[in-house]
Write a protein that binds this ligand. Structure first.
Ligand code: FAD
Ligand code: NAP
Length: 312
């Protein structure tokens, strides 16, 4: 099996991993950024970012490209691959298994982010890709001029509903409470858009098929228990995110919800294993906090490698 050796391996090239790459390479480390998808992480699927300081508005793909080019220019190496697992070797280094190849590194930063949580209701799996989507930027255009529903009440649901309202005839936001969780600025924007309609206090019972694709959503009022049918061509599910930590599950560094536990220096309880970004147990999951974590993790990893090297 092909084996590559680095000082530092960063798993995931979203804003956390790319920023860690910039800081680590500038500190003189030989660093690999291992990524299984497109560099930029969740930013790639975000239309407009309006809260990354210095950019009043920048598209997600553009910011992804800028960060990626920046990291590469500093000397951080991009390694394409899907990390299967991470093992701490007896000599204290780390083996990162990518299936067909192996990367060995003195230290590791896990920056694998999160994945959209499914609703787990009947019809969801079967109709995914046939009317049900988890990405408005990717699939919104299929529903141009048609009716769609967005499920959820957080930043993702409201931001993506606003995006969809520009394409679709009608956008229903189906939310289980009578108050949104999303930032006020997004709420106010959504409330001002004529073709967005709020469906409050309502949960999805099932997604129903018509002519081989999504035809309607069976909903239930949590207040009255009444069951209704919402006729839509598309449904976009934004009911939260789950951390991607399967590759480190053997290391015992996650909390009960699966997030990686870190201290303010982005250290896990295992020497030489650090984490950054959305995958960590923190409050605010944003591009700016991911880049912050990445910078700290790289600096701490650099100090760890320097100290370990000097004393060995
Ligand atoms: P991610 O961006 O999730 O990147 C993680 C990377 O790790 C991914 O590229 C993934 O492919 C890779 N990876 C995972 N597992 C593996 C593996 N086993 N092997 C190799 N690679 C792996 N924040 C804002 O500040 N402003 C916004 O406007 C905004 N809009 C958003 C809109 C939506 C719809 C969503 C879902 C989020 C939005 N966010 C926004 C939040 C922001 O995108 C995240 O906080 C940020 O991307 C987290 O960065 P990260 O690097 O921690 O993780
Ligand atoms: P989130 O903040 O966890 O919100 C999930 C939403 O889905 C909540 O409104 C929740 O309802 C609802 N929900 C959860 N489980 C449900 C279920 N089983 N049935 C029905 N509804 C359910 O997730 P998110 O909106 O994806 O945001 C994730 C992170 O990314 C956040 O930190 C967010 O700030 C960030 N983000 C930021 C931006 C931005 O800055 N512009 C944009 C997108 C995302 P309750 O409210 O009742 O709990």
């Amino acid at each position: 099996m092909e084996k590559q050796i680095y000082d530092l391996a960063i798993i995931g090239a979203g804003p956390a991993g790319l920023t860690a790459g910039v800081y680590a390479a500038r500190a003189g480390l030989n660093v690999a950024m291992i990524e299984r998808g497109a560099p930029g992480g969740q930013m790639v699927n975000t239309g407009e970012i309006e809260n990354y300081t210095g950019f009043e508005m920048i598209s997600g793909p553009e910011l992804s490209m800028k960060m990626f080019e920046h990291a590469q220019k500093t000397g951080a190496k991009y390694v394409y691959g899907d990390v299967q697992d991470v093992t701490v070797l007896e000599n204290g280094t780390h083996s990162i298994n990518l299936g067909q190849k192996e990367v060995e590194a003195k230290a590791v930063i896990v920056a694998t982010g999160t994945v959209h949580r499914p609703l787990n209701v009947p019809g969801e799996k079967e109709l995914s890709g046939r009317g049900i989507s988890f990405c408005a930027i990717c699939d919104g255009a299929f529903f141009k001029g048609r009716k769609v529903a967005v499920i959820g009440g957080g930043d993702s649901a409201v931001e993506e509903a606003i995006y969809l309202a520009g394409l679709c005839e009608k956008v229903y936001i189906v939310h289980r409470r009578d108050e949104l969780r999303a930032q006020k600025i997004l709420q106010n924007r959504a409330f001002a858009i004529d073709n967005i309609e709020m469906v409050w206090d309502t949960v999805v019972e099932s997604f129903e098929e018509a002519s081989g694709k999504l035809g309607s959503i069976k909903t239930k009022s949590v207040k009255t228990g009444d069951v209704s049918s919402l006729e839509v061509d598309g449904a976009f599910i934004y009911v939260g995110l789950d951390p991607i930590t399967n590759m480190v599950k053997g290391l015992g560094i996650t909390d009960a919800r699966g997030y990686i536990e870190v201290n303010p220096h982005m250290e896990t309880k295992l020497p030489g294993v650090f984490a950054a970004g959305d995958v960590t147990n923190k409050e605010l999951r944003q591009v700016v906090t991911a880049t912050n974590d990445g910078a700290i993790a790289a600096q701490t990893a650099y100090k760890y490698i320097e100290t370990t090297l000097k004393s060995s």
